[in-house]
Design a binder for this molecule. Sequence first.
Ligand code: P6P
Length: 338
Amino acid sequence: VEEHSLDRDCTTLSRHVLQQLKSFSADAQDLSALMNRIALAAKIISRRLSRADLVEGALGFTGNVNVQGESVKKMDAYANDVFISVFKQSGLVCRLASEEMEKPYYIPENCPIGRYSLIYDPIDGSSNVDINLNIGSIFAIRRQQGDDIDGEATDLLQDGHQQIAAGYVIYGPSTMLVYSIGTGVHAFTLDPSLGEFILSQENMQVPDHGPVYSVNEGNFWQWDESIRDYIRYVHRHEGYTARYSGALVGDFHRILCQGGVFIYPGTVKKPEGKLRLLYETAPLAFLIEQAGGRASTGTENLMDVVPEKLHTRTPLIIGSKEDVALVESFIQERTRES
Ligand code: P6P
């Protein structure tokens, strides 16, 4: 076996983290072990998804409604529990905050301040689960900076610059884990024959411009006029193509790989938009900036947004810097006129 391919098969996620940090300190080891446990959660979820229709009780609804007011899919609940189980007795994470849980879940081991917190959306795009289309998990890692006051994780309510790491898993034809610890964006592909995520793309860079605009045009009549102006522009100009899967992770991954822009703007009914900051838009904003792109709410850099509460939502314009700037220019134009 040529040296490089053997070496590549050995470039697992945990080793890559240590390489990136150029350190074997206790903190580096902890972060490496933490990423390895996220990979374990991804493998368990991927295994269930790959044969969900054959597994009794894997699909469909639980009958419950979550804090978002959304009907909970069995896969949402299962994946949420997988992350909790994987981090129990890990000694790495004391607090888990998830889209599926109203308040954080505490792992009452000796949890010194400075321990890591995991913020995650266990299954994003669950409307795709029952039709075997790609879905994802999104995660961010922050440090526990202070005691939580009566169960309110107030120190989580800080801007995106507090993120130490962020990433997502895309459950597609292959299962990929894309992450950054602030030293670039790197992708790992799950090799089921090894049961390991193996490095497949290093230092991913989003093109400065791309042909794709990704938005749910079914909401056109609920948008601000500025967003409609942008859509009219791309309809009239050569070189644009629409792609939208209904699952944020897959739509984002396409933009990261090929360039372009994903937009989930506010609507008349939901001016703050639909996507949640702490475990959807902020982690992706962290990644896209590491890949040379941009993320905006339309009026401010998304990484600067401070959430009022755990499940705060923000509008999202994310992708190639030229394409994000173009959308913002239509917003600024309308703001000047008003
Ligand atoms: P709409 C899935 O429910 C999700 O949270 C994201 O994954 C996705 O981008 C968005 O909502 C789709 O929302 O309103 O276009 O169906």
